[in-house]
Design a protein around this ligand. Sequence first.
Ligand SMILES: *[C@@H]1O[C@H](CO)[C@@H](O)[C@H](O)[C@H]1NC(C)=O
Ligand SMILES: *[C@@H]1O[C@H](CO)[C@@H](O)[C@H](O)[C@H]1NC(C)=O
Ligand SMILES: *[C@@H]1O[C@H](CO)[C@@H](O)[C@H](O)[C@H]1NC(C)=O
Ligand SMILES: *[C@@H]1O[C@H](CO)[C@@H](O)[C@H](O)[C@H]1NC(C)=O
Ligand SMILES: *[C@@H]1O[C@H](CO)[C@@H](O)[C@H](O)[C@H]1NC(C)=O
Ligand SMILES: *[C@@H]1O[C@H](CO)[C@@H](O)[C@H](O)[C@H]1NC(C)=O
Ligand SMILES: *[C@@H]1O[C@H](CO)[C@@H](O)[C@H](O)[C@H]1NC(C)=O
Ligand SMILES: *[C@@H]1O[C@H](CO)[C@@H](O)[C@H](O)[C@H]1NC(C)=O
Ligand SMILES: *[C@@H]1O[C@H](CO)[C@@H](O)[C@H](O)[C@H]1NC(C)=O
Ligand SMILES: *[C@@H]1O[C@H](CO)[C@@H](O)[C@H](O)[C@H]1NC(C)=O
Ligand SMILES: *[C@@H]1O[C@H](CO)[C@@H](O)[C@H](O)[C@H]1NC(C)=O
Ligand SMILES: *[C@@H]1O[C@H](CO)[C@@H](O)[C@H](O)[C@H]1NC(C)=O
Length: 382
Amino acid sequence: MAGARGLLAAAALLGFLQASSSFEVKDSSGKVCIIADLTVAFSVEYKSNGQKEFAHFFLPQNATVESQSSCGNGNKSHPILVLGFGAGHSLSLNFSEHADNYQVEELVFHYNLSDATLFHNSTAGEVKKVSHKTTIQAHMGTKYRCINAKHVNMKSVNITFSNVTLEAYLTNGTFSTNKTECAEDMVSTTAIVPTTPKQTTSQVPTTSPAPTASPPNPAVGKYNVTGPNGTCVLAYMGLQLNITYQKKDQKMGLDLLNFIPQNTTSSGRCDNTSAFLNLTFEKTRVIFYFVLNASTEKYFLQGVNVSTTLPSEAKDPKFEAWNNSMSELRATVGNSYKCSAEENLQVTDKALVNVFNVQIQVFKIDGDKFGAGKRFIFWGRT
Ligand SMILES: *[C@@H]1O[C@H](CO)[C@@H](O)[C@H](O)[C@H]1NC(C)=O
Ligand SMILES: *[C@@H]1O[C@H](CO)[C@@H](O)[C@H](O)[C@H]1NC(C)=O
Ligand SMILES: *[C@@H]1O[C@H](CO)[C@@H](O)[C@H](O)[C@H]1NC(C)=O
Ligand SMILES: *[C@@H]1O[C@H](CO)[C@@H](O)[C@H](O)[C@H]1NC(C)=O
Ligand SMILES: *[C@@H]1O[C@H](CO)[C@@H](O)[C@H](O)[C@H]1NC(C)=O
Ligand SMILES: *[C@@H]1O[C@H](CO)[C@@H](O)[C@H](O)[C@H]1NC(C)=O
Ligand SMILES: *[C@@H]1O[C@H](CO)[C@@H](O)[C@H](O)[C@H]1NC(C)=O
Ligand SMILES: *[C@@H]1O[C@H](CO)[C@@H](O)[C@H](O)[C@H]1NC(C)=O
Ligand SMILES: *[C@@H]1O[C@H](CO)[C@@H](O)[C@H](O)[C@H]1NC(C)=O
Ligand SMILES: *[C@@H]1O[C@H](CO)[C@@H](O)[C@H](O)[C@H]1NC(C)=O
Ligand SMILES: *[C@@H]1O[C@H](CO)[C@@H](O)[C@H](O)[C@H]1NC(C)=O
Ligand SMILES: *[C@@H]1O[C@H](CO)[C@@H](O)[C@H](O)[C@H]1NC(C)=O
């Protein structure tokens, strides 16, 4: 817990609010063979008057698909997506196929140190190149999906991908419906991956929104509950707790905690008209209580219970809060509730449960997949 809290305590972290951008490569007949929808964050170390400096920036949304991009030509050449941006920077994704899989075989990043907007006071002025193999891999005929951060660390450059949907060797001009999910998104994996890009704001990225005091968004986890008739709760969300508490010195403290999906266990139970989703992350537990109104065929979140152990400076480290008269996340049976913006669920005046990128379905779930009818709500945070 110290890890997650410590990270948040250093509140000068950049919220990961950068929108994804979508890029396409077409062959000479206009057929789309690569689509990539992704957020890319860069961290580059360079020298400035003998000092080590770091530049942090995102792949801008107006990056362009460069002419070196190609769909490949049989065995002679492989598909490649080259994205150019700023003053002579480019990121290449070189694809290859093997058996039933395709992968980003190599990632190549060219950066121009003479670009003073990114590399303030850089001593060197040349264009540098780094490259690395990646573990971005998917089954042929499926799209690759990875919401969580994937880091590629190279000498002097770290590249972090997130919210990625991409597919190469497309035959149909659009993303396949079937997908290959990355290990980072699988709740069951035991591998611990950093869930937030660690970015300090000592140098404000010129290509991203102005940093805010908000902590990084929590990683999206997948949680489910099995009832008598199969899956009865299926939830996809990032979860953050915001607790206001009194300290021993009578001052007020704020505890912001991001749930780490890999370290969160889900349990719960369902009957015909009520469902519990019980999420436990270390010493913190959040229970969501859903009810079904059988006559209107609608379900909603009626109750939330939060219990946690606060930092030792708290007057009372044992914290519990609940609210059983809520009316949130409403949807019709057979459909899912979806919201890509942050939602703040007010439990009490001391406790907020913030959910991010939520998609949730309760009670009737056909084939363990979200139903078609979705409710979208968007509102900005910026
Ligand atoms: C992921 O990208 C989609 C668009 O491709 C966007 O709507 C969504 O908000 C992004 N999610 C996050 C967590 O950035
Ligand atoms: C891309 O957007 C940035 C600001 O976000 C702007 O400074 C730059 O000129 C744009 N580049 C192109 C090629 O439009
Ligand atoms: C491509 O390579 C595969 C095996 O590596 C071979 O079977 C196939 O004939 C090659 N195709 C062409 C067009 O060279
Ligand atoms: C660049 O160098 C000048 C003089 O050496 C210094 O005043 C300035 O703060 C430096 N700028 C950055 C962004 O480091
Ligand atoms: C997509 O998934 C469905 C159901 O899992 C399967 O029947 C179908 O063969 C898959 N298609 C591809 C191209 O893998
Ligand atoms: C890359 O990540 C590693 C491990 O987190 C860190 O030690 C290193 O300083 C980072 N490098 C850059 C250029 O951000
Ligand atoms: C191609 O797309 C159409 C609709 O866009 C879909 O019905 C069809 O199943 C797709 N074919 C493949 C091979 O994915
Ligand atoms: C969630 O689904 C997985 C795979 O279907 C299953 O193994 C697991 O037991 C489920 N978890 C709960 C709490 O029902
Ligand atoms: C946390 O809660 C406090 C008090 O309700 C509020 O002022 C603050 O904006 C909240 N922060 C986040 C990140 O939700
Ligand atoms: C997740 O759990 C593992 C093993 O229980 C632990 O080693 C790791 O520190 C935890 N990660 C975080 C970020 O709390
Ligand atoms: C919630 O889960 C925790 C640990 O997994 C367990 O101790 C607790 O009894 C559960 N509560 C409910 C209501 O399922
Ligand atoms: C399970 O299915 C049976 C038969 O369709 C139904 O009568 C029962 O109410 C269902 N139970 C739950 C908890 O959904």
